[in-house]
Ligand binder design. Structure first.
Ligand code: HEC
Ligand code: HEC
Length: 229
């Protein structure tokens, strides 16, 4: 596939000399403090991707059931929005053909907490104050483009809280894409302890049985890694 090497440079683990390990191509990697998830097994993931959702995501639009691109993936998707859609469909077909190669069964689907976590918790209060105007049920933003609730996004379903924390700290910059989406950065308005409470609350809403371990340490580490260069 044309440009796959470019995709692989972020979506693969790096070996000691900085090249991508052949057998681990597309197994996921870390870039600028973000987790670039594995691109294998997307068609059969717990929250599976369809070609239509993947094409929308790759072109910088909002994918129903998944959300939109953030962090280092945002510029990639904005440039893919400039190429003919048939090329992006070909990329999507290629990705959807990649089989999961990691040993062991895939993570079981996330189960939301029912009934939802008490609204009186600190995390719930932070969500209500800082996030719900855009991401809450019934928020006007949700009605546009069929945006999913946060529980459906890869950031909340991932077993690593990194992309949720990075998204909240850095926000999503205003871009020039046709479907530009903007989210403010919260690095200055939420302290580490508030971030932990918020992340715990959101994870419980989306994946109640599998809480993120050592969240406070992870939040402190990610914040100290600093802003992207
Ligand atoms: C500069 C690094 C970088 C490059 C290059 C890159 N990606 Fe990404 N990609 C990321 C990061 C980081 C994320 C996670 C972003 C998020 O969760 O908002 C991501 C997310 C994704 C996702 C969503 C996966 C999921 O499970 O949620 C897909 C699909 C994807 N990239 C495909 C591609 C393709 C195809 C290419 C090449 C055309 C590519 N990426 C190139 C960094 C990169
Ligand atoms: C002004 C509106 C706004 C506010 C307030 C806001 N967001 Fe967002 N957020 C967005 C937009 C726009 C996106 C991009 C995806 C989309 O277009 O649906 C997004 C994306 C996300 C994503 C998905 C990123 C990914 O990697 O796929 C997460 C997680 C998220 N927001 C969490 C939060 C949390 C937590 C808060 C509160 C601390 C918050 N947001 C506040 C507008 C907002």
């Amino acid at each position: 596939m044309e440009g796959a090497g470019h995709c692989a440079s972020c979506h693969s683990p790096l070996n000691l000399i900085g090249g991508e390990k052949g057998s681990e191509l597309f197994n996921g990697g870390i870039v600028d403090g973000w987790h670039a998830p594995t691109l294998k097994g997307m068609a059969t993931a717990a929250n599976p991707w369809t070609q239509m959702q993947l094409v929308a995501y790759l072109r910088g639009e909002v994918a129903s059931e998944h959300g939109g691109a953030a962090g280092p993936m945002l510029p990639v998707s904005l440039s893919l929005a400039q190429v003919p859609i048939s090329d992006v469909q070909a990329i999507a077909d290629y990705l959807l053909s990649l089989q999961r190669t990691v040993d062991g069964p895939p993570a079981p689907p996330c189960q939301a907490l029912k009934p939802a976590a008490p609204l009186a918790s600190e995390g719930a209060a932070i969500f209500a104050g800082a996030c719900a105007s855009c991401h809450g049920d019934g928020a006007p933003m949700r009605a546009v483009d069929g945006r999913p609730g946060l529980a459906m996004t890869s950031a909340l379903q991932a077993d690593d809280p990194r992309n949720l924390i990075k998204t909240v700290l850095e926000g999503i910059p205003l871009s020039t894409g046709t479907s530009s989406h903007y989210m403010p950065a919260f690095a200055d308005s939420l302290d580490d302890q508030q971030l932990v409470a918020l992340a715990q609350y959101l994870r419980t809403q989306s994946c109640a049985g599998r809480p993120w371990a050592n969240l406070d340490k992870t939040v402190t580490t990610i914040r100290s890694e600093g802003e992207p260069k």
